[in-house]
Every structure is written in C-alpha cells, then in structure tokens.
Design a protein around this ligand. Structure first.
Ligand code: ADP
Ligand code: MG
Length: 250
C-alpha cells in the first residue's frame, strides 16, 4: 500500500499542494483528475519520491519513501512521466530495454530479452520495435515509453505503476490497450496503479477510486459513483452544471 499523509509542497510563495491525503492498495487503480495546473504532476512526483514535500509523508509498504535507496525504489515503482523526452538516436527496442537497467547485473540476460519481447507483444508494438524511436509518431513513442516503464517492474509482484497522462496522444484503440493492460496487471500482479487522466469516462469505467484535485487540494476522493457527480464535476472544472451533467454518474 502507498499512503500519503498531509502532503504540502510550495515553490516560493506559491502553494502547489496543500494537505493532500491518499491511499492506494495493491490490485487497485486510482485516477487523478483536475484542471491544468491543479498540481497533479507535482503530486505524482511527491508520490514517486522525485520531490520531497515540505510537509507530510509518503509511505510505501509501511516504510517512508525516503528510506528506500534509489535502486530499491526503481524496482518497486515505475513512472511514466508527462515529459519523457529522448533525443539520442535509439532503436525503439533499446528504449524498452532501458527499463531493465535497475535489474542488470552486467549485461542483458535471456530473461531481460524475454521480458521486453513479452511486453512489446502485449502492447501490439512488435512492429515498432525495430524502428528508430525518433521516427515514430507521438502516439507510437508514447506506447514505447509505456513499454519501457513496464519493463522496469514486469517481474515484480505488487509493484507500483504511476502514469501521467498516458493516453493523451493516443487514438481510442491505443488508449484502451494501455488502460486495459494496466487494469489486467493490477489484477494479475497486484500492481497498484495511479494514473492522471483527463477523460472522465475512462476514470469511470476503469478506476476503483477517483481523486479530483483543484488548486493543490484534493476536493473529492472516493468511488467513481461518489465522485463523478454533477456538483463536484462542475465545481472542479469550473463548467456549467448543464455540461457537467453529461459526464456525471447517474
Ligand atoms: P498539472 O499537472 O495538474 O497540470 P503541475 O503539477 O504540473 O500541474 O503544476 C501545478 C502548478 O505548479 C502550476 O501552476 C505550475 O506552473 C506550478 N509549478 C510546478 N512546478 C513548479 C516549479 N518548479 N516552480 C514554479 N512553479 C511550479
Ligand atoms: Mg501535469
């Protein structure tokens, strides 16, 4: 289980996160939604140990996140960040293999290659794997990045998977491939999945719990039925009730 208690984070005078609490168990999927600039990516960075909060603490499996070494952490949780840029000339498969780097002793083993092949197959990305990464479309690059992130934790039961807008550049079928696979892995391997998405329908159909974040505060947290109501959608996204209603759980 990952547990965040009373998380606050500021840059200068600006409060980016204020008293955020959350809990996410193995086998569970949490969707975080909110307007641009709400603090979603910052929260993810705190949950993954990239940023240290000014106040509050994050515990993973009962241990403070700052008590894990970087190597321990990289075997426990994998992160698909919003701005994963790669400019060097790599073949797509090499990018996916990079996900294995925390596990490499000396060089890639037979198992590392098997894992990469399995993931490419599950993501329907075998054909992309021999292409130069830089020549892939935005959506294809995102799929390869997702494959890299999965390669990091593929053989780890009960790992944590964090996804920051994983479906933003993807067509409908590819969106489903990614979210369906994340869902399957949460069941198969007991992964705890935390994803930032903008699509309320996606959250509604796939997430076990939903958090609305606005101005750095968790303004709603609970089941999709509980959170995806006209009032909270309208308030969180500053839209008229008549629009919010269209997305609400009825
Ligand atoms: P979201 O992912 O919800 O769109 P972010 O977490 O990226 O939002 O950012 C939240 C707010 O904090 C934004 O207004 C952003 O400009 C600001 N912010 C994030 N990081 C920094 C930083 N290092 N310095 C100043 N402002 C920041
Ligand atoms: Mg963001």
């Amino acid at each position: 289980m990952i547990e965040a208690q009373h998380i606050s984070y500021s840059v200068g005078e600006k409060h980016i996160l204020q008293d955020v609490n959350l809990r996410l168990s193995h086998g569970e999927m949490l969707a975080i939604l909110g307007p641009n600039g709400a603090g979603k990516s910052t929260l993810l960075k705190v949950l993954t140990g990239t940023l240290t909060p000014d106040q509050g603490r994050v515990q993973i499996d009962g241990q403070g996140i700052d008590e894990y070494s970087i190597l321990q952490l990289s075997k426990k949780r994998a992160v698909l960040s919003q701005s994963a840029q790669i400019t060097f000339p790599f073949i797509a498969r090499e990018i996916v293999m990079m996900g294995r780097s925390p596990h490499l002793v000396d060089r890639e083993s037979h198992d590392d290659h098997r894992i990469v092949d399995e993931i490419l197959y599950r993501l329907d990305a075998v054909d992309l794997s021999t292409r130069m990464f830089s020549t892939l479309s935005g959506g294809e690059q995102q799929r390869i990045q997702f494959a890299r992130v999965l390669a990091q934790i593929w053989d780890q039961q009960g790992a944590y998977l964090f996804l920051d807008e994983p479906t933003s550049a993807l067509d409908l079928k590819q969106q489903l491939n990614i979210v369906e696979l994340a869902r399957e892995l949460s069941h198969e391997r007991g992964y705890a999945v935390c994803m930032i998405v903008h699509d309320l329908n996606l959250a509604r159909h796939y997430a076990d719990h939903v958090m609305f974040l606005k101005n750095g505060r968790a303004v709603a947290f609970g089941t999709p039925e509980g959170v995806l109501q006209t009032r909270s959608i309208a308030d969180t996204f500053d839209i008229p009730d008549a629009y919010a209603m269209k997305f609400a759980y009825t």
